[in-house]
Each structure stands twice: as C-alpha cells, then as structure tokens.
Design a protein around this ligand. Structure first.
Ligand code: FAD
Length: 365
C-alpha cells in the first residue's frame, strides 16, 4: 500500500466522521475497520441528540449544543452526496420528573439553560398531557428542550464512510494491532499484513482503543454496556422522544426504540433479563401504551467510557502526529461530527475555535 497521510483506527461513528472530515480537507485517508465488532457502540446506539438533556456537567452544554446543530446542515449534505438519509429529526426531547427532587433539579436546569440563552421550557403535568396524550400520567412535569432530537446512528456511520470514500479515502477491513514507532517517532501502523507507513494516526477504536499496542500511555477507557430493545410504536400515539433519569423511548421507523442500561460487564455485550426488565419498566412509565406492544428486537453495545464522562480529544503530548478521538461515553453520536471537525483542524495544523483543553488525554496523568 502507498503511504497514507492519515490512518483512522476504527470505523464507528467517530472514526467515520473523522475520516470524512479529513478527506473533505483533501488529506489522503485510510480507515482501518475489521467489523464492526458485534459489541460496537455506534450501531447499538439510540442516536439521541440530547444536548440539553444529558450534559452531565455544565462545561459540556455549549459543546453539546454546537455538536447537535452541526447535523442540521450535515443531514441534507450527506443525502445529496451519498443518497443516505441519516434520519435527522428535531421534535424536541422531554425529560420527565416523577418525584419532587427530580422536578426541582430539572427546574433548576431549565433556569440555568435559559440564562445561558438556550431554548428550554418547564412543562407542568397538564401541559405534558396536552402535548403527548397518554404519556407519563404520573409525571409531575418535564424539562423540554425543543431543539434536541435524534438521528439514525447506523445510517450516520454508513453515510460518513461512503462520503469519505467518495472523496478518496480507502477502507481496509483490518484490525490495527499496534503503532509502529521508530526512535520514539510515529512511523506507521501494524496489522496482520505488516507495517503501513503513515504520517498521522487517529485513535478512534471506541472501547477497544486501550488495546492498541504501542500507545505511549494507558488510556483510561472502560466498556460500559448499554442494553436496548425495540417494540412496535403504539397506534394513535404521535411519534416523540421521552426521557427520564437515563431511560428513554424514541420513535423511529414505526418502532419504539427503548433504552438503556449502564453496566460494567467487561467486554460482554449480551442482553440480560435484568437489563431488559429495567428498560421495559422505564419505558412503560413514560408511555403506558407500550405495555401491550410486541417486542421486536433486543441488543446491546459497549460505550467507551472515561472516568470523568468526557471524551479524549486531541494530540498526544509526547508522540507527534498521534491523535485521540475516543472515550465518547454516552454521547458519541451527538459528538461525532464535531469531533471530526476538531480533529481535522488539528491535523491540518490549525487550532479549533473551541476550547478542548479539558478533553486532553493529559488530564489523566
Ligand atoms: C446502547 C447504547 C445507546 C447509546 N445511545 C446514544 C445516544 O442516544 N446518543 C449518543 O450520542 N450516543 C449514544 N451512545 C454512545 C455512542 O454510541 C458512542 O459514544 C459512540 O458510538 C462511540 O463511537 P466510536 O466510533 O468511538 O465507537 P464504536 O462505535 O464502538 O466504534 C469503534 C470501532 O472500532 C473498531 N475497532 C476496534 N478495535 C479496532 C482495532 N484494533 N483496529 C481497527 N478497528 C478497531 C470496532 O470494530 C468498531 O467498529 C449509546 C451507546 C450505546 C451502547
């Protein structure tokens, strides 16, 4: 193979978005992706763009909102160049409270977000009933983020890969075993077929990133299992996205997509009775009409989680031309396109117009 400028290790949503962004910049890109492995996060994901629902810490809200808003133009752009519809949909997301402490927390969150200039409303129980008839009859109220939404994560990954290839990127069905180093400098990547010389390497192998040999530091990324299920969407209920304390119901393609668990089960991506019971309980509380719907599918995937819940983005402090785009935890679909833009700005020698200091791998030293 000819030397490539940028090798992307992993072709999940994050690697695919990095590959597309790099190819769009005119860089010569090779994506290494043997699978996806059955436990990969991207195809398992719900694809929520829950920027104002899931920020977890205040510092991430503006990053999340910016990431979400990128999909507004990206959806039509990918449809035009690849013919693939990524299912970008912006009906808003309602995060429901079922007890007073949760209601108080969400009300504070609404106030904070409004103060930051974001659109966000508190809906009381009567308003919930009007907007979503039959939803959460025992809900006390909801934080409603009208600009949040969802997309189809499998279609997003496929579209970014297709667009990257259209722009000249090559896709190699190979696992990367490790980095090839020469006198402390990055020389290439190692696969079963030997060494491929490359200039830059982007580590985007999700929960498997720490397993790449020759990384200059251990990556504190652990797999966190998320179980999911899908039932038929109940007739007569308008399509919507409802959320509560980490359980959610999302309408997609005639189905109700239900999620999810957060479990430390190593690299085991099987579904369990306990996990499914939790999902179904949460979903039926949000939308009682689901109780009689036939279950159609169930699956699980492994989120790449860091100790502080933030992704690892940016350069390696010691090895030049080694970049991290990994550890996206619960929000890697939301962050995929923005991650691609940030990484490519760095690869091209520029500085992203967004402060990513707190996402540096350095913070774990
Ligand atoms: C059940 C569930 C629900 C989720 N819901 C949401 C949601 O609603 N919204 C949201 O934003 N996020 C959600 N997430 C999180 C999101 O899916 C992840 O953060 C995101 O998909 C991570 O993408 P990735 O490309 O880094 O990892 P992955 O999608 O896991 O991709 C990593 C890829 O690397 C490949 N790979 C592994 N090792 C190697 C190697 N050595 N060489 C080459 N390739 C390799 C694998 O085959 C795999 O395809 C959810 C995750 C799960 C599991």
């Amino acid at each position: 193979m000819r030397a490539v400028e940028v090798a992307i290790v992993g072709g999940g949503a994050v690697g695919a978005a990095c590959a597309r962004a790099a190819a769009l910049r005119g860089l010569k890109v090779a994506i290494f992706e043997p699978g996806p492995v059955p436990a990969a996060a991207s195809p398992a994901s719900a694809g929520l763009l829950a920027a104002q629902i899931e920020p977890g810490d205040d510092g991430l809200v503006s990053l999340f909102v910016r990431a979400r808003d990128l999909y507004e133009p990206l959806g039509p752009a990918l449809r035009e160049t690849t013919g693939i519809d990524i299912g970008f949909w912006r009906p808003g997301i309602a995060s429901l409270a079922f007890d007073e402490p949760a209601a108080d927390r969400l009300k504070e969150d609404v106030a904070r977000q409004r103060q930051a200039g974001l659109r966000c409303d508190w809906l009381d129980a009567a308003e919930i009933g009007e907007r979503w008839p039959g939803a959460a009859p025992d809900g006390l109220g909801a934080l409603y983020a009208p600009e949040d939404g969802a997309l189809d994560p499998e279609a997003l990954t496929r579209a970014c890969l297709a667009d990257a290839r259209r722009l000249g990127a090559t896709l190699h069905g190979e696992k990367v075993d490790g980095l090839a180093m020469s006198q402390g400098r990055l020389a290439g990547i190692l696969t079963a077929r030997g060494t491929t010389p490359v200039e830059h390497v982007v580590v985007a192998a999700g929960a498997w990133s720490p397993q790449i040999r020759g990384l200059p530091r251990p990556l504190p990324i652990e797999p966190v299992r998320g179980q999911m299920a899908a039932t038929a969407w109940p007739d007569g209920t308008p399509p919507t996205i409802l959320y509560q304390d980490r359980g959610y119901v999302l309408a997609r393609g005639g189905e109700a997509v239900l999620g999810s668990t957060m479990e430390r089960a190593g690299y085991d991506s099987r579904v369990t009775n306990e996990g499914l019971a939790q999902i179904f309980r949460g979903a039926v509380r949000l939308l009682p009409a689901l109780i009689t719907q036939p279950v159609q599918r169930m699956w699980a995937g492994l989120r790449p989680a860091t100790p502080d819940g933030r992704p690892i983005l940016g350069r390696d402090p010691e090895v030049e031309r080694l970049w991290y785009a990994t550890g996206h935890g619960r929000n890697g679909i939301l962050l995929a396109a923005l991650t691609g833009d940030i990484i490519v700005e760095l690869l091209a020698g520029g500085a992203p117009d967004i402060d990513i200091t707190s996402l540096s791998v350095n913070r774990f030293q």
